[in-house]
Design a protein around this ligand. Sequence first.
Ligand code: GSH
Length: 212
Amino acid sequence: MDLLLHSAWRASAPYRVRIGLNLKGLAYDYAPVDLVAGQQQGEAYGAVNAQHLVPALEADGHVLTQSLSILEWLEETHPEPPLLPRVPFDRQVVRAMCGIVACDIHPVNNLRILKALAKLDVGQPAIDDWVRRWIGDGFAALEPMIAKHGDGFAYGAAPTMADCLLVPQVYNARRFKVDLSPFPALAGAADHAAEHPAIAAAHPNNQPDAQV
Ligand SMILES: N[C@@H](CCC(=O)N[C@@H](CS)C(=O)NCC(=O)O)C(=O)O
């Protein structure tokens, strides 16, 4: 299967998909989108993803958008190794962990939201506090879940979809200097997962468009 990922090195939504692809052992081509330069807003990228957001994954002539649904598609089309547990109640917990990051933390902290806040003359310190506040709220909900269900990784002893979401969100939290000391189970799981070779290969610094 021919796969082309439209990605940006530091952006967390494509980072999730890179982890998923790597965990499934799938090779893909990489098309960088420069978010700082606003390339996502251009006509060329709009023809790929009308929402003007990364990621987009081109797969055999289909264009897939929305990182969570791309991960679900990967799981359906490439079931091994599984990124969801077998038992429905367990799968639900993993999906709930993903939902906290993808639906409750990330959307209010996305680049376009921060740019909109800046236009309101809120000031950078207040914007940074905003980001930290929503990450902190989400992590406070995730911490007991990971403490209960984690066993090295966020859920159990092998990587799941929850790690695909958690690792990029913790990377982003560290960029914004979030104090992770109240979240030892969460930080421990993210750091452990980050050492997994497939997950390490998806790290922003290892991408062709990295600026480090
Ligand atoms: N819900 C979408 C979110 C995608 C998204 O917000 N991507 C960000 C990067 S993490 C983006 O492209 N931002 C560009 C912008 O805000 O202009 C997903 O999970 O794929």
